[in-house]
Ligand binder design. Structure first.
Ligand code: SAM
Length: 173
């Protein structure tokens, strides 16, 4: 079970990128995203994608990051904070793969130092600055036990049939 904790989301500035963090997490096998800011509209948009394209991905809006991390750890979960300053992902993958309940934390601007201390791992997806979207995608892909690109999302209104050229979509309604 993997959930994403998104910190520091600023509704004006980060709307697109936080939406992409959620959609990428969903596409790469996470169960849900906890949003440590108030943005119900963004949560609703991602829920709409799940209705349209299937699966049970959830977004919890306006959580307290500290309470969620503590709750997660109390329930036996581990926390992996993605930061370019951390241990490089290839060196951490074997250990992280052993974890069955994982919270992946990504920031926006500056992440409170307490996160570094509370995390079980501070992990860099390469020690160069890039993007939380890329960091989530590569991490979930590297630690996956199965190939999430082959996941089927049940119950959606629409299903894509891969085509060499063109767009084929089945309407299940
Ligand atoms: N300047 C910020 C800092 O010093 O924490 C980071 C800004 S970065 C655009 C936003 C988020 O992307 C970070 O909090 C981190 O989660 C993620 N990120 C960016 N580059 C990363 C990398 N190389 N490895 C892991 N995570 C990364």
């Amino acid at each position: 079970e993997i959930v994403i904790l998104r910190l520091g989301h600023r509704p004006q500035r980060d709307k697109r990128i936080t939406t992409h963090v959620g959609l990428t997490a969903r596409a790469f096998g996470a169960k849900g995203m906890l949003l440590a800011s108030e943005d119900q509209k963004l949560a609703d948009n991602i829920a709409d994608v799940s209705t349209r394209w299937g699966g049970n991905f959830y977004v919890e809006n306006n959580v307290s990051w500290k309470a969620e991390i503590n709750k997660w750890k109390d329930a036996g979960g581990k926390v992996c904070h993605l930061s370019m300053y951390g241990i490089n992902l290839p060196d951490a993958v074997p250990e992280i793969k052993e974890c069955e309940k994982l919270m992946v934390v990504v920031g926006a601007e500056k992440v409170p130092f307490e996160i570094y201390e509370m995390a079980d791992w501070n992990v860099a997806v390469g020690n160069q600055p890039h993007s939380e979207v890329a960091a989530v995608a590569v991490t979930l892909d590297r630690i996956a036990e199965t190939d999430h690109l082959r996941d089927e999302f049940e119950g959606g209104e629409l299903t894509i049939v891969p085509e060499k050229c063109g767009k084929k979509v089945i309407d299940n309604r």
